[in-house]
Design a protein around this ligand. Sequence first.
Ligand code: SF4
Ligand code: SF4
Length: 375
Amino acid sequence: MFFHVVTTTECNLQCRYCFGETMDDFDEDFGDFELDYALPRKADYPVEALNGFCQKDPDCVLTFYGGEPLLNMDFVRQVMDQVSARHFMIQTNGQLLHRLESKYVNRFHTILVSIDGEEALTDHYRGKGTFRKVIDNLKLITANGFNGELIARVTVMEQTDIYKQIMWLLDNSEFSFSSVHWQLNAGFWGNDYGRRDFKRWSQESYIPGVDRLARFWADQMGQKGVVLRLYPLLGIANSMLLDKEPSLMRCGSGWINYAIQTDGYITPCPTMWGMKKYYLGHIAESHPLKLKKVFVQNTPCRDCDILGVCGGRCLYANITKRWNDQAYGEVCQTVRGLVNAVELELPRIRRLLEEGKICLSDFEFLKYNGCEIIP
Ligand code: SF4
Ligand code: SF4
């Protein structure tokens, strides 16, 4: 099982799609969901309780998460010192990585670091100077011996030219990432759709950009024999080539990937913090392998013809329905665009596999590592 360990709810950045949106959603009604707004700001349970919980599952993987998880660095150290886990991973904005000693950093199996592409765009979304600090810290941890997977985690919205930014992340003079993942800022907030230009951007820029990326991705397989680790493409192709079963929620939320709040209660996903109706137990008394499973139950996913490929995209979005049906449909068009883009390249990929230019193992990855696969 995979667990996001929320070390703190605090963050040291004020990104547009996160802090900015909470400001604009300030007076928003959260419908029927009873929310616990009084969660402790920092993890407030004994580390021994987390160890006791994790020890019941030999495949327990812990991913530090926030807010910004490194704002509670002492807790990260304590957990890594005292908890038996199969792997430790972290999702971080990268601003404080230089302060965590190498003996901890070098034990991370995977680091997912937030960066949105080039300097100007990253700083536009995340604040001036953010990009430079991330790059400096990544160079430092690499020089200090980190050799796990380093995933550039990109948040995408209307100011993003997806093709241009992902291409930059793949080939630039600043830093070489092991992998790239992107996620749309769509369906998380209640009030943003009306003031945004999501429909035009997704149809005119994003979907054509994903098409170009998929073509480039397959070109690289043919020309260089490499399968670039572009997670949304990799994850879908992995299923089409290797899986026989329909996909469940691809991020794993609600069935194999859960979140542990700062008070020790367990929810299906970190974004569902405080949603009391979805508390699935507490680390002090629950068994990690016996947690209740929560699947997508609402329309339109429930009746969707590509549910087995998409997996439902986002459990939180499906449950809370922050965006109306029309807006939700526009997000689904991006999913269809992505799936079509990969499907179009499949005959070429299969041919390259038969010719031995690439192999099936090139499409393997540690599933549920924090990459949602469906952005
Ligand atoms: S494409 Fe849309 S409706 Fe279909 S499963 Fe995915 S998120 Fe749900
Ligand atoms: S895709 Fe949705 S359900 Fe999955 S981890 Fe992200 S916010 Fe949670």
